[in-house]
Design a binder for this molecule. Structure first.
Ligand code: ZN
Length: 492
């Protein structure tokens, strides 16, 4: 242990030295940019709420997990920047200094011929391995047809890629490593106590299996993909069974997985010929014991993998959402080891995406699943978020929601085990905006719980914020002012 600590402190010094050099360079570059843009801020040291202003499209989401990690005094964060490339920044809680962002890889999505809009699947997932190297997974939207046949499903765009920091705990330089399937999208990276890394993702476009790849050498190489959720053509409808999943560490050797079902209609099929929509339903839950390789449901019954819709309906269903359409959220365990699920759902209003969806909380009490409890109590609307358990076992949500035309990030807390929630603190509010939010940062510091991107219809550029229990962590305006996206899109 002592050796490890010594090694880390040396690495930290190296990281700090290169951080200082890069900070000097960055400050120089930012100052130049500031002069060129001639903004209304006359003093470049004015503090602003965001740490970067070059996010693009929908730059962040709950499904990229983790999007950030706190490690040894520093919070490392990632987001989708210009040309859907992954960007990584770091905040030192002791010195109160920001570093970066640095471009950490090159996304195929942003270089695709015939681009008509941001693809938004460039969003990175970030994980620190046991040697301190930082890994990011990004840029895939099911793989492109130029990659050939997808053995586990169909394809769409981009290539799922992995970049690893050249030095431990140093975000300034990155190496692209060809060690995972290009067909991936929606990465979730889970590290176990023994250092094994499980990378979960959908292996292709909608009509594809969900898989994991395992690395036992700190993310240098990975096993072949193993399917755990099966896509399958239906024989009763003109549609295919499809899924959206989300994974996090459970107890001991367990990984817990929450998921919802996507009824992937054929073109022109569906109710009243609506064709393909984002129709998704229900909340499901299952557990993977990484030691034995056995998957089980909440009652401990073993599951046959990869899981089919028929088996899921019988064994893993936590909530039947009926006619409401879902957008899956996160899962977590309370101190009893009982799972709680955040699931977003709302009425189908006939839109391509159904309608707006609000975050609900579902919990297992050891015998049954509760009904979904709405977090913010709004009648209808949009919210997204993740939750954690406080030391006294209150449930605390970090929720992105709308208050009229304002985008708001707030904490909502339940002290009755998830039966009711009250708004406890407003952390960030911006007019004429909505916030894209991540799940809670891994091992998060109270001052830095989630990363959020401010979406506005007035600009394609997104301000990115690191928000904790005291609001956003600020940064001098000039440092937060960056080179922005210059994409030109083909008209549809
Ligand atoms: Zn589909």
């Amino acid at each position: 242990m002592k050796n490890t600590l010594n090694r880390y402190s040396t690495l930290k010094q190296v990281a700090h030295l290169s951080a200082f050099l890069m900070l000097t360079l960055t400050l120089g570059a930012c100052a130049k940019l500031d002069r060129e843009t001639k903004t209304s801020h006359s003093i470049s040291t004015d503090l602003v709420d965001h740490f970067a202003d070059n996010g693009t499209g929908n730059p962040l989401a709950v499904v990229q997990y983790p999007a950030g990690e706190y490690h040894d005094g520093i919070t490392y964060v990632s987001y989708q920047g210009p040309f859907e490339d992954p960007y990584v920044a770091a905040y030192n809680h002791e010195s109160k200094e920001w570093l970066g962002p640095f471009r950490a890889g090159t996304s195929e999505l942003g270089r695709r011929e015939g681009r008509t809009k941001f693809d938004n699947h460039g969003k990175p997932t970030l994980l620190i391995d046991d040697e301190g190297y930082i890994h990011i997974f990004y840029g895939g939207h099911g793989g492109d047809k130029h990659h050939g046949d997808n053995p586990l499903g169909n394809v769409h765009h981009g290539a799922n890629k992995n970049s690893i920091s050249k030095r431990p705990l140093d975000i300034s330089e990155w190496e692209e490593v060809d060690n995972i399937s290009v067909f991936g999208t929606y990465n979730q990276a889970v590290k176990m106590d023994n250092g094994d890394i499980y990378l979960f993702y959908r292996h292709g476009a909608h009509r594809s299996d969900w898989v994991y790849q395992l690395s036992t050498d700190n993310g240098r190489t990975y096993s072949e993909p193993v399917s755990f959720l099966k896509h399958k053509r239906r024989d009763d409808l003109k549609a295919v069974d499809s899924w959206y999943a989300w994974a996090r560490r459970g107890q001991g050797d367990d990984i817990i997985v929450g998921f919802d079902y996507h009824l992937c209609w054929d073109g022109g099929a569906g109710v009243n010929g609506r064709g393909h929509t984002t129709q998704r339903h229900d909340a499901h839950y299952m557990v993977f014991n990484t030691k034995t390789g056995v998957w089980r449901n909440v009652k401990g019954e073993q599951l046959t993998m990869p899981l089919t819709r028929e088996q899921a309906e019988q064994k893993t269903l936590a909530l039947d959402t009926g006619d409401s359409w879902t957008f899956n959220g996160t899962v977590n365990l309370d101190s009893n080891g009982y799972p709680h699920i955040a699931m977003n759902y709302g009425k189908d209003l006939g839109h391509k995406t159904g309608g707006p969806k609000l975050t609900h909380h579902i919990k297992w009490d050891g015998k049954t699943w509760s009904d979904g409890i709405k977090i913010n109590g709004q009648k209808s609307g949009i919210s997204r978020g993740d939750f954690m358990f406080t030391p006294d076992q209150n449930i605390q949500y970090f929720l992105s929601e709308q208050d009229g035309k304002d985008g708001v990030i707030s904490t909502w807390t339940s002290n009755d085990g998830g039966k009711s929630f009250v708004k406890t603190k407003e952390l960030l509010r911006k007019p004429k905006a909505s916030f894209a939010t991540t799940a809670i940062i891994k091992n998060s510091h109270p001052d830095a719980r989630v990363i959020v991107g401010e979406r506005s219809s007035l600009t394609p550029h997104r301000k990115i914020y690191l928000v904790g229990e005291n609001g956003p962590i600020q940064r001098p305006f000039s440092d937060a002012t960056l080179q922005k996206d210059t994409s030109t899109f083909k008209s549809k």
